[in-house]
Design a protein around this ligand. Structure first.
Ligand code: 9D3
Length: 262
């Protein structure tokens, strides 16, 4: 499994910095990831090399023209390979981890069209695009960050991209829940102690405690996630216990000491 991405943008340099560091850089070096950048301006048709124009019907702002996008897609697809064409846009369907998992299994190369300005000629959407994605309900200045977010989230699902497979294993353990809290040395810092169970070496107890803390954090911060999370009978038991207020807001260890108040 590997992935190939073609990106159409007026700001190719925005991608080079992020793709040139850390995990994605190594994935590209290993051949697990292939990203090709296409500057939309190189596919313009007029002498001013314009990628946008005024909207028909009037109004403020500029609209991305269809011809340069069409030409870029034509050039990209000239190798005859099948491709999935994705438009980054605030009106696209919400991109989620589910989408990332589906796209990680996609065998076709993916073309990302990054919008900018007030909009993009509607005919691009109608005739040149397979899927339209938004990464969330907030306003960006363009689709470039959205494309990077999507590429990043797909890349880390490709086997071999993350150094160890353990982090992926732990992800399936916590599927749909928030992370349990992490600690490293020292065991005490300014009076704040690492939970005793983590120092005990009892791995069964450690994992039980971590599961409980992940459930507690999720119940406290993102109760909406619990509806979709994969929970077994023991998880539901733990949740029932946590639902009595003080278990949610306070750690189990603290509970005994503060019991004097009740
Ligand atoms: C006045 C309507 N605006 C939509 C909220 C116009 C508009 C604002 C910003 C049109 C495009 C943009 C640039 N954003 C993207 O291209 C974009 C985006 C986003 O802004 N939020 C979340 N996901 C995405 S994907 C592409």
């Amino acid at each position: 499994m590997s992935a190939g991405f073609d990106i159409i943008t007026i700001f190719p340099e925005m991608f080079s910095a992020y793709l040139g560091e850390s995990i994605l850089k190594r994935a590209i070096q290993k051949g697990l990831l292939d990203v090709k950048l296409f500057n939309l301006r190189d596919f313009t048709v007029d002498k001013h090399r314009s990628v946008d124009d005024c909207p028909y019907g009037g109004g403020s702002g500029m609209v991305l023209k269809i011809e340069p996008i069409y030409n870029a897609l034509k050039a990209i697809k000239a190798d005859g390979q099948q491709r999935l064409t994705l438009l980054m846009s605030p009106q696209g369907s919400q991109y989620t981890q589910k989408t990332a998992e589906l796209l990680a299994h996609e065998s076709r190369r993916m073309v990302f069209i990054c919008g900018r300005y007030e909009g993009i000629d509607e005919r691009v959407r109608e005739s040149l695009v397979d899927e339209e994605f938004s990464i969330g309900d907030y306003v960006l200045t363009g689709g470039e960050l959205a494309a990077l977010v999507i590429i990043d989230s797909i890349a880390r699902l490709i086997p071999g991209v993350l150094g160890d497979d353990d982090s992926v294993k732990e992800e399936s353990f916590s599927w749909g829940l928030l992370d349990y809290p992490h600690y490293t040395r020292p065991p005490e810092f300014m009076g704040m102690r690492v939970p005793e169970v983590l120092l005990s070496g009892n791995h069964k107890e450690i994992w039980r405690s971590r599961r409980r803390e992940a459930l507690r954090k999720t119940l406290l911060k993102r109760p909406d996630l619990l509806e979709k999370a994969c929970l077994d009978r023991e998880d539901r038991e733990i949740l029932k216990e946590l639902c009595s207020d003080r278990y949610v807001t306070k750690g189990r260890e603290e509970e005994d000491e503060s019991d004097t108040r009740s």
